[in-house]
Design a protein around this ligand. Structure first.
Ligand code: C2E
Ligand code: MG
Ligand code: MG
Length: 636
């Protein structure tokens, strides 16, 4: 999992830091030694001057009396001091009185007086009080009672200075080595810890923690490389955008722990159908991707997609076992469908949406027509946004009557959104509602609908028609706003003086199962609204939830009504639903009633309310007024 680039980078920075530390240590070492040399030399010279002064003071009498023997005895003391190689005493007139030292050391026979001495003796060989690297000659004039009585020359040697310096250098090196060894031990432990932390961080940054697959970041890096490679190599590559169908239901029904286990198993199964060199990544909650290299024939990519779907179809051995997990896969080919990662991902995503909209658990290749469709949706979204902003944007509300099965009285209407575009063409809600849901415009559309319904109710009232109940469709996406949506609705109704009892909200079964939806449903009930379950039988819901949210109506989906009474299965389902609803004290509405036979069947089985073309199509408010007047006239 470790990245070789990162390793090389770490090695290089380690080398660099060692080098710079070494250089800094060397500079410090040189400075220390230089400082030691300078102070050592200064101290040595001070000591020598002190010694010369002592010898000089002891020699005053000797010089005054010109006693050569005594002079030699005094000078003999220098034998105890190895840094003084030789010494000579001169009388005040500059003549040598006595000297001491090893045989080879010579002193001039006479000295010039200090005033005449231009720092060089008569031979011009030695310089007094000027010292070279190895030593030199120290000159000390000896005074007594204010007069110069003689001169002392000491030939001095600096060897002791260098011995001391050597000792110092060895000491410093020894200390430095010990310090280095200790710090190496310490830092190597630290480095190991840093390396393992870095690896953990890299893991967090590049790998998904639940499945261990590459995450979005690593996937994007890999996709960039794959797109470049696919341009150079003849076999090309494929990008798969994989969405787990209805994964939310697994989480909602079985909890996140089971959800995570299922994700791990999905990841394992996806990995098992691709080659080792291919990449599988998890880039979102229930979204995976795969990059298949050297794919050759697109059919090979299709085969992998098919294998993935088959692998996920196998039951998951979790407790409890989710039954409805499938995959919708979109495929984009490299380089045919694009060479930049953003386009490729968008196109594979588009293809996945098509697979999903065609019934899920299938795959679809990207094509230009898909692109056109998605572009069309984007245009639709932009137009809808405009339409919502203007009062004459072409949006209006159609009302479809809901009649009592027995008495055929008008119990209420369902409000359905309608949209006529500028060019006069009508777009069906089946087309624009999903676009509004995907783009979030459904919230604005919901608010617009309610306002318009209130206005229409007022107009119909003015025309003498009071509509007892209005059913309004609510999309699950609207509930993600939380309780605020109910507050908005109440405010609108209040401003138009409409009672809450006149309104019923139609929700789909999945909303009942959604934990976020639950809070909003409670808010609807608390505000006094009636709740109806739309398209009942097409989703998953539990009877417990119907009771929990005090649902007042079930609307049996038209697909169960369509083939009544001949289709035995549908007949059995419809009669069972009616019986069950009765037992729970919930009213039943049949949707899409088109024939007398259907109406007769539903009446015979105790269905409470009928809605469908047989009883009235969705119509504008003016038409509804006429419709109601007609029925009154007929005594309905
Ligand atoms: P729905 O709520 O199930 O509405 C019933 C649909 O069945 C309506 O389709 C209606 O025109 C149609 N219908 C009614 N009687 C018959 C019949 O006898 N035969 C047939 N074949 N169809 C019948 P519509 O108006 O096209 O609406 C489709 C869906 O769009 C609605 O299904 C609803 O889910 C959604 N929708 C409509 N208006 C709104 C809205 O304002 N907000 C939201 N969120 N969704 C809406
Ligand atoms: Mg409805
Ligand atoms: Mg319906």
């Amino acid at each position: 999992m470790t990245n070789p680039d990162a390793q090389e980078h770490a090695r290089r920075s380690l080398r660099l830091s060692l080098l710079s530390t070494g250089l800094a240590l060397l500079i410090a070492f040189v400075l220390l030694v230089a400082h030691q040399y300078i102070t050592g030399r200064r101290l040595l010279l001070e000591e020598l001057h002190t010694e010369a002064a002592i010898i000089g003071a002891n020699s005053v009498a000797t010089l005054v009396f010109g006693d050569e023997k005594a002079g030699r005895e005094i000078l003999g003391a220098i034998r105890l001091t190895p840094r003084i190689l030789g010494a000579a005493l001169y009388r005040a007139d500059g003549q040598l009185l006595a000297r001491e030292g090893e045989g080879g050391i010579d002193f001039p026979a006479s000295l010039l007086t200090k005033a005449a001495d231009t720092r060089q003796d008569s031979d011009g060989a030695a310089t007094y009080n000027r010292f070279g690297l190895l030593g030199g000659v120290l000159r000390e004039d000896i005074h007594s009672e204010g007069a110069t009585v003689g001169t002392l020359l000491l030939r001095v040697d600096f060897a002791s200075l260098y011995w001391r310096l050597l000792e110092y250098i060895l000491g410093v090196i020894a200390i430095a080595l010990i310090a280095l060894a200790l710090s190496h031990r310490f830092t190597s432990r630290l480095r190991m810890r840093v390396a393992s932390t870095e690896e953990q961080l890299e893991n967090l940054a590049l790998y998904d923690q639940i499945t261990g697959l590459a995450n979005r970041r690593l996937f994007e890096q890999e996709l960039r490389k794959a797109a470049l490679r696919a341009q150079r190599e003849p076999l090309g590559a494929a990008l798969l955008f994989i969405d787990v169908d209805d994964f939310k239901k697994v989480n909602d029904s079985f909890g996140h722990e089971v959800g995570d286990q299922v994700l791990q198993m999905i990841a394992e199964r996806l990995r098992s159908v691709v080659r080792a060199a291919d990449t599988v990544a998890r880039i979102g909650g229930d979204e995976f991707t795969a990059i298949l290299f050297d794919i050759g024939d697109p059919e090979n990519a299709a085969k992998v997609a098919r294998d993935m779907i088959a692998a996920i179809a196998e039951p998951f051995p979790t407790q409890p076992t989710p039954s409805h997990v499938g995959l919708s896969i979109g495929l984009a080919l490299m380089p045919a469908d694009g060479s930049d990662p953003v386009t490729l991902l968008r196109r594979a995503d588009m293809a996945m949406y098509v697979a999903k909209s065609q019934g899920k658990n299938r795959f679809h290749f990207f094509s230009e027509s898909i692109d056109a469709r998605v572009r069309g949706d984007l245009q639709l979204e932009a137009d809808l946004r405009q339409a919502l902003k203007h009062s004459d944007g072409g949006l209006w509300v159609a009302y479809q009557p809901q009649l009592c099965t027995l008495k055929k009285t008008l119990l209420g209407v369902e409000a359905l959104a309608r949209w006529r575009r500028d060019d006069g063409s009508a777009i069906s809600p089946g087309e624009f509602i999903p676009v509004a849901e995907k783009s979030g415009l459904i919230n604005e559309l919901g608010s617009w609908m309610l306002l318009r319904i209130c206005q229409d109710l007022a107009e119909m009232r003015a025309a003498g028609v009071e509509i007892p109940k209005v059913a309004v469709n609510v999309s699950p996406r609207q509930l993600t706003r939380g309780g605020g949506v109910v507050e908005d609705i109440c405010r609108t109704l209040e401003s138009y003086g409409e009672p809450v009892e006149r309104f019923e909200f139609e929700l789909t079964e999945s909303t009942l199962m959604d934990e976020h939806g639950a809070v909003v449903l409670d808010a609807f009930r608390a505000a006094g609204f009636a709740l109806a379950i739309d398209d009942f039988g097409t989703g998953y819901s539990s009877l417990g939830y119907l009771k929990r949210f005090q649902v007042s109506k079930l609307k049996i989906d038209q697909r169960f009504i369509r083939e009544l009474p001949d289709n035995e299965d549908d007949a059995a389902i419809v009669s069972a639903v009616i019986k069950m609803a009765w037992a729970l004290n919930i009213k039943v509405v049949a949707e899409g009633v088109e024939t007398d036979a259907q109406a007769t069947f539903l009446q015979a089985h105790g269905c409470d309310v009928l809605q469908g073309y047989l009883l009235g199509r969705p119509m504008p408010p003016e038409a509804l007024v006429t419709y109601v007047r007609e029925r009154w006239k007929n005594g309905g």
